[in-house]
Write a protein that binds this ligand. Sequence first.
Ligand SMILES: C[S@@+](CC[C@H](N)C(=O)[O-])C[C@H]1O[C@@H](n2cnc3c(N)ncnc32)[C@H](O)[C@@H]1O
Length: 239
Amino acid sequence: MTDDELFEKINKIEIRESKERTVKSYVLRNNVISPKAERILKSYMGEYGLFFDDGYLDYSKVFGNDNPVIIEIGFGMGDTTAEVAMRRPEFNYIGIEVFLQGFVNLLSILGDRHIENVRIMRFNAVDVLNHMIADGSVAGFHVFFPDPWQKKRHHKRRLMNPDFLHLLATKLKKGGYVYMVTDWEEYAEEVLELSSSETLLNNPFGGFAPPVTWRPITKFEQKGMESEHPINELWFERI
Ligand SMILES: C[S@@+](CC[C@H](N)C(=O)[O-])C[C@H]1O[C@@H](n2cnc3c(N)ncnc32)[C@H](O)[C@@H]1O
């Protein structure tokens, strides 16, 4: 692949977005590829990056092993993704993020630290799940501090809605989990409520979950704590 083809593929999401008018859970901003980003993309995309494609991923081929696969949606700058992957090396991770700067940041962390059990994609997670992830194939989903879309008229943009929760549930293996954390209390309550109507999921804790030991504090969690927001953890399992 030439460099121009690589950069065009990285920005494929912009081309797709300009043709689609559906409600999105994100806003694309700052998408110019800087010279530094170009260098990082050229160095590491081949090893750690995946491109959007219409066909299910073969995880054994992608990772070179059969370890269970966790998918993280909206990893932001990606520091937490890298840290979790190092703390729990018995899993493979696929990180999905649309934010170019965050994507490139995680790519450079993976390359610099030689973290072999993570692959990342710059695309809308809804499309990735629908087109590239087979039903019943995922061991867990991580959704850390999804945008709360605070205004009532923006609630329709929230990632965690009934359809998306159902989509996550269908992609999980039996016993697989959805792990969401948020500092927006009303969003946490809403997702807890939604989960009780999703027949494919069970909440082993009845309400909010206790924190896990292996999740470091994320960038957005830090901001939430500075504003004295409560941190709520939600953990559901595929029946
Ligand atoms: C509030 S940030 C949280 C980032 C990180 N998880 C943290 O805790 O610091 C939410 C991120 O989700 C990403 N995002 C939202 N909807 C997405 C989607 N449908 N597909 C991929 N990424 C998405 C946004 O670009 C944004 O970077």
